[in-house]
Design a binder for this molecule. Structure first.
Ligand code: SF4
Length: 392
């Protein structure tokens, strides 16, 4: 049954439209897409033409260790395509039966529906994953900071699992998240400085949440608490070298674990190489990137803000401290930046493809958590080292 709600959405949301057959990396091609138990049995029994039935029989298979949310998976053909995809790029289920018959994941993607504790009321949110190239292309053409607006929608709500990790939020989870997003949108500061400010703010918020001091939290959210001064001046050669070493170790580790960024990771590692020459190549890549994409910082701001809202940063459903969530966000920024510099994209389409590959890893795996532990393992344990990494 469809439900009507007013959702909080990013301002670009109503302009999203799928590129269909024009998409360079369609979301149903090559990804391990999971389907819920309800959706699987619904599609198994749906009344349809023999052609669609043949496609459906080939398009899904039940998992060995199913859960109600992830019961079956899309079965890709030899060429990586979903068996339900028509030669013109459209989905055969949607073409024959209509959108309402799609599995939730296919019907909603790249939209992510969330339900947020807003104090007395429960608030619905919806935003788009950065793994969809159409979303990233919209963000490229969005000069102003992303605003969040109320948007009425009527839709089949997906099953939203109960949260496993409960955070103390004093009923202000959404207000805290939007305040942190505004910190990331402070264009008076560089992106690394904004991340540092975000860290300082998070530690203050963490403390007042632990002490359940609502008045102190309100003062922080009103912007009336001064933040400590930020590090000044350019990074030294040895700081740059340290940041580069950590970024390379991080990329090498993810490259070994995930197909999503293997191609881009290997290209970046090959470009930077090792030793003194790596620093010279970093500076050359940095200059060339800034000249080719003069508004890159605005686009990176949007990608981080979009990710923060989509992932409900810093109240993500995992047993990590708020400080560790910040490390995960720094890893997101470092990964995007390092791959964007190291692969030297020739045009906007190539840049979008790199970022979409990153977000396939970031938003559809346990990236932030893995990255936090990985950075500790590779020796990035002090705040100064994190600063070196995000200053690249
Ligand atoms: S990745 Fe985005 S634009 Fe491409 S097919 Fe999927 S929803 Fe459409």
């Amino acid at each position: 049954m469809k439900e009507s709600h007013t959702f909080l959405v990013p301002d670009y949301f109503s302009h999203f439209s799928c590129k269909m057959g024009d998409c360079r990396h369609a979301c149903c091609v090559g990804w391990p897409v999971s389907i819920s138990m309800d959706n699987y049995f619904h599609l198994l029994g749906v009344d349809c033409t023999p052609d669609l039935r043949r496609r459906l029989d080939c398009a899904m298979y039940p998992l060995e260790s199913p859960t109600p949310e992830a019961y079956a998976r899309i079965n890709h053909r030899y060429d990586g395509e979903c068996a339900a995809r028509l030669p013109d790029g459209r989905c055969a289920i949607q073409a024959e039966l209509g959108e309402d018959y799609l599995a939730d994941v296919c019907r909603l993607y790249p939209r992510g529906v969330r339900v947020e504790d807003g104090g007395a009321a429960v608030r619905c949110e919806c935003s788009c994953a950065g793994s969809c190239e159409a979303v990233l292309e919209m963000l490229l053409r969005h000069p102003e900071p992303i605003a969040f607006v109320e948007y009425p929608m009527t839709l089949h709500m997906p099953h939203i699992p109960e949260r496993e990790v409960q955070f103390e939020t004093l009923g202000r989870a959404q207000a805290i998240r939007l305040f942190l997003i505004r910190t990331m949108q402070n264009r008076a500061l560089s992106l690394p400085a904004r991340l540092a400010h975000l860290g300082q703010t998070l530690y203050m918020i963490d403390w007042v949440l632990h002490t359940r001091d609502g008045a102190a939290l309100d003062a922080i959210l009103a912007g009336s608490v001064a933040l400590p001064a930020l590090p000044e001046g350019k990074l030294t050669q040895s700081q740059l070298a340290d940041g580069l070493r950590i970024a390379e170790a991080m990329i090498a580790a993810f490259d070994a674990q995930s197909d999503s960024i293997r191609e881009q990771g290997e290209a970046a590692l090959a470009y930077f190489g090792k030793g003194e020459a790596a620093l010279a190549r970093y500076h050359a890549a940095n200059d060339a990137f800034a000249a080719r994409f003069p508004d890159w910082a605005i686009w990176f701001e949007h990608m981080l803000v979009n990710h923060m809202f989509f992932a409900q940063f810093p109240f993500q459903d995992r047993p990590e401290s708020i400080g560790d969530e910040l490390v995960g966000l720094c890893a997101v920024y470092a990964l995007l930046r390092f791959l964007a510099l190291g692969t030297q994209p020739a045009d906007e389409a190539a840049l979008v493809d790199i970022a979409a590959a990153c977000f396939r890893l970031i938003e559809h795996t346990d990236f932030d958590r893995t990255a936090t532990h990985m950075l500790k393992r590779i020796g990035c344990t002090r705040p100064e080292q994190l600063w070196d990494l995000i200053s690249l």
